[in-house]
Design a binder for this molecule. Structure first.
Ligand SMILES: Nc1ncnc2c1ncn2[C@@H]1O[C@H](COP(=O)(O)OP(=O)(O)OP(=O)(O)O)[C@@H](O)[C@H]1O
Length: 250
């Protein structure tokens, strides 16, 4: 697996006496979705925060595109090619869908270009925004005010804003949370569309979606990886059945 775009090795994060993430290693490869599942408190959000640089590990390292990014700020890691969706918190509700996505794309424009360009006249930025909106399936909502679109569309917008920064790696934190069946299906299709060009880590509680999307599955319990492999391997794992998947069936 030498072609990993992101490789985290032996990551540990301690909060006082609690090892929220305990010796966890994950690889993310282009064109593949690596799902991380586990019960509440398993350490999935902490792992995501370690990869994005939002928190620094107690030990272990994170390599992104062949560079050691351990301890880098989130902004620097983001510029190095990692995009992370933040559950609607980055959306400016009064702005249109287009304005939100274009602002996200503009944050990636070279510094000089940002100041020299007029609001609607910088072609590469507009192209990145157009492409992101199309991939996210929001063309028909471009001029809608973001605060007025549905919950599912806001989640699509959040992903469009992340895509607009042209990341190689995407960390997606529960993109299907709070969705009905139709919205969830739309999001699954969106994720399949963006999969070919990106290395994706998906943290998600919706097991139907996880098994529909994941090429690789890592199961965490109490900060530790208890199983990792293909969805079929993980489904067949007796330890996973009793520690986690079994719970879903009750
Ligand atoms: N900043 C913090 N300080 C202290 N403990 C923390 C902190 N962040 C997380 N924890 C603890 O670390 C453990 C893992 O939490 P984390 O949020 O990563 O789990 P999770 O798998 O994302 O759960 P969920 O599915 O509910 O989001 C939990 O016991 C949590 O209480």
């Amino acid at each position: 697996m030498s072609d990993a775009v992101l490789r985290a090795t032996h990551l540990t994060k301690r909060f006082g006496g609690l090892a929220a993430v305990n010796d966890v290693s994950v690889d993310l490869q282009r064109g593949r979705i690596h799902a991380v599942i586990g019960p509440n408190g398993a350490g999935k959000s902490t792992l995501t925060n370690l990869l994005s640089g939002d928190i620094a590990p107690t030990s272990g390292e994170v390599m992104l595109g062949g560079r050691d990014v351990t301890g880098w700020t989130p902004e620097r890691i983001s510029r190095a090619g990692l995009g992370r969706s933040y559950q609607k918190t980055n959306i400016f509700q009064p702005f249109t869908v287009w304005e939100n996505v274009r602002l996200a794309a503009q944050s990636r424009a070279p510094h000089a270009a940002r100041w020299l360009s007029r609001a609607a006249g910088f072609a590469p930025t507009n192209e990145a925004a157009e492409r992101a909106i199309e991939l996210a399936g929001l063309q028909h909502r471009k001029s809608a005010v973001s605060g007025t679109i549905s919950h599912g569309e806001q989640r699509q917008l959040e992903i469009a804003m992340t895509l607009a920064t042209s990341p190689q790696v995407l960390l997606l934190d529960e993109p299907l949370a709070g969705m009905g069946t139709a919205e969830a299906e739309r999001m699954v299709q969106l994720l399949l569309r963006i999969k070919p060009g990106h290395a994706i880590m998906l943290v998600e509680h919706d097991m139907d979606a996880v098994f529909a999307l994941a090429d690789q599955l890592t199961v965490m319990v109490n900060g530790q990886v208890i199983a990792s492999g293909t969805p079929a391997q993980v489904r067949a794992d007796a330890g996973v059945q009793s520690a986690y998947l079994g719970e879903e069936e009750h």
